[in-house]
Design a binder for this molecule. Structure first.
Ligand code: NZQ
Ligand code: ZN
Length: 390
């Protein structure tokens, strides 16, 4: 196990009705004037918007609002949010929604106390050294942004989707009520489950040895998602299954599964080019890319895939042919993704073969390799994208 530091200061309020504590939590973490940030309308339809607004009003917390965050959140709305925070002297950002709303809120939080263009943080030109405090009310188990210090934004000028990272962005509190996720369409539920699994896999597929504790945490989360996802797809109102998935989504990405080891992240970076160019749902893009990444890198480094197959997918080890065992694990994963309704090809995502050179150029701009479990060259990336053309 490698040396590490771990800082995860978020206060979690989990369970039925937890959103009724939102005003109290804003108060506790110092908010007096709030930006209430949300997405495209699901929270108005479900009544969550009214409940949160009423709660803030009752507690006497002033707020301004900014809705309209789109999946794969854009830089333009972030700029608008920053202007609003500056002109209204906002001191707390409340994100009510999914990963896109939370990521947009984090970008606004950092940009509001920075003199330059907030995109500097995403272009690697500046480091986040402070931010307004952020609180969240989560409505989808997927991105894990409710417990992470990460944010991913699409730069509308360049159509490049990039992440920024800082402990300053870790939410002060996150409210996780599994009931709020019952209104999710099956496709979004499945895409979220896929994203959670790949957050684990990006950490699990590592060359660092002797990380039994984090390996076992990873396997526990993967097995939970494999068990619970078909149950919520069959019965969207299954509270306990929703609850297990929601907490798994947080654990998958606050880095408790990643500490002390080298991490990979190639599947995410390869996918982000697809969501930037075609606006595909992030989890659906991962459902196409991650198994192809697995098939590609397994040829060079099968070790961890054998463990993945036997421990996660309960495949019997064929000692005479461990690579066959490894392949069966990947096949089991592919079958699972298909059963929960996820795509497996470029065509299903609306992605085009002729764009592969562009996707690859954007991804590999300024570097020689991608990922760590196996260091991928430009040619490897092309082959992974090509294998999705079906
Ligand atoms: O906008 P509304 O109307 O709310 O609809 C959303 C959106 O259309 C809908 N939705 C959310 N909760 C709902 C609901 N519909 C009905 N009932 C509910 N309870 O679901 C759609 C997707 O929402 P979004 O916020 O985009 O989903 P997700 O949480 O998957 O976030 C995806 C974004 O997170 C980024 C992705 O790249 C993508 O941009 N990621 C962020 C990470 C981080 N900050 O740490 C890590 C991830 O790897 C990921 O890259
Ligand atoms: Zn993800």
């Amino acid at each position: 196990m490698d040396n590490f530091t771990f800082y995860s200061p978020t206060y979690f309020d989990f369970g039925r009705g937890a959103e009724s504590h939102v005003a109290e939590l804003v108060h506790r973490f110092g908010g007096t004037k709030v930006l209430f940030h949300y997405g495209g309308g699901s929270i108005k339809k479900s009544g969550l918007y009214d409940r949160v607004a009423d709660c803030l009003k009752k507690e006497g917390i002033a707020f301004v609002e900014l809705g309209g965050v789109k999946p794969n959140p854009r830089s333009g709305l972030v700029q608008e949010g920053i202007q609003l925070c500056k002109s209204e002297k906002v001191d707390f950002i409340l994100a009510v929604g999914g990963g896109s709303v939370i990521d947009s809120a984090k970008a606004i939080a950092a940009g509001s106390v920075y003199d330059g263009n907030f995109l500097d943080f995403y272009r690697g030109k500046a480091v986040i050294e402070k931010a307004l405090p952020v609180g969240t009310v989560l409505t989808i188990a997927a991105a894990g942004s409710e417990g992470s210090g990460n944010t991913v934004i699409t730069d509308e000028e360049t159509q490049i989707k990039k992440g920024a990272k800082s402990d300053w962005l870790r939410p002060k509190f996150s409210i996780l009520n599994p009931e709020l996720t019952c209104t999710l369409p099956a496709y979004q539920t499945a895409a979220g489950a896929t994203d959670i699994m790949i957050h684990v896999c990006e950490r699990y597929f590592s060359n660092t040895e002797e990380v039994e504790i984090t390996d076992r945490l990873c396997e526990g989360i993967l097995k939970t998602i494999i068990y619970e996802t078909p149950r919520v797809i069959e019965n969207p109102e299954n509270y306990d299954a929703r609850a297990n998935i929601m907490w798994a989504g947080m654990l998958a990405h606050n880095n408790v599964c990643g500490v002390g080891r080298e991490q990979d992240w190639a599947s995410h970076h390869i996918e982000h080019e697809l969501s930037a160019l075609y606006d595909v749902t992030h989890g659906a893009g991962l459902a196409v890319i991650a198994p192809l990444w697995m098939r590609h890198v397994m040829k060079t480094n099968p070790n961890k895939f054998i463990t993945f197959a036997t421990r996660v997918w309960d495949i019997d080890l064929n000692e005479n042919n461990p690579e066959e065992t490894a392949l069966k694990g990947i096949e089991a994963f592919e079958k699972f993704l298909k059963n929960i309704g996820m795509p497996s090809s470029f065509a299903e995502l609306g992605a085009k073969q002729e764009d592969i050179p562009l996707l690859t150029d954007k991804l590999m701009s300024g570097r020689e390799t991608e990922g760590n479990y196996v260091k991928l060259t430009r040619q490897d990336i092309i082959e992974i994208y090509e294998s999705a053309v079906r």
